[in-house]
Ligand binder design. Structure first.
Ligand code: FES
Length: 188
């Protein structure tokens, strides 16, 4: 038993070393960025100022994403420790909601809806055009830091399919030929 336990420890340490390499980015173990203590202080003050943290995980994650720009693993673990809940619970919520991101985002987030209504009206071609024009894949950030590209599930505007959102602005009935125009609006 003792041997088994120490065996697990060795395996665990090896995994941690691999996962923290900058090249091996995964949802739960992104390359970590060092944040100034003030950002953690701001988040801590926000949490401490809440009447109750029960059922407030999503609100706290929203706040954290506003402060840090995204939700890297260290921030998720900080929240888990602060709330006294398992890290897995926080990871679960973060990965469930497409609003939350575990990677840094560009100045503008382009969300191409790949829900059924949009897909049957050519959303895949719009996504491909976006990738081609931006030179990135989904969930990546352009070199100039201006755009993050995401493919998302239905955003509830099926009547306007195919739909693209840039930040909070919705573009409906988008045609492939309009992709350049949309991007240029944010390139100024
Ligand atoms: S499927 Fe795209 S908005 Fe609903």
């Amino acid at each position: 038993m003792g041997n088994n336990v120490s065996g697990f420890k060795i395996i665990y340490r090896k995994e941690v070393r691999i996962m923290t390499k900058p090249q091996t980015i995964s949802v739960t173990a992104p390359a970590e960025e060092e944040f100034p203590k003030e950002k953690y202080d701001e988040l801590e003050q926000f949490i401490d100022g809440m009447e109750t943290t029960k059922g407030a995980l999503i609100e706290i994650l929203h706040k954290a994403q506003g402060i840090f720009g995204y939700l890297p693993r260290d921030v998720q673990l900080f929240i888990a420790r602060k709330l006294g809940i398992p890290g897995a619970e926080v990871f679960g919520v973060v990965s469930f909601y497409s609003y939350f991101t575990t990677k840094p985002r560009g100045k503008h987030t382009i969300s191409v809806c790949m829900g059924t209504a949009c897909y049957v009206r050519g959303a895949d071609k719009i996504l491909e055009k976006m990738k081609e024009k931006l030179g990135i894949e989904s969930n990546e950030i352009t070199e100039d830091g201006l755009f993050t590209l995401k493919d998302v599930r239905c955003i509830g505007a099926c009547g306007l399919a195919p739909v693209v959102m840039v930040d909070d602005k919705v573009f409906g009935r988008v045609k492939v030929e309009e992709v350049d125009d949309i991007l240029n609006q944010y390139r100024k």
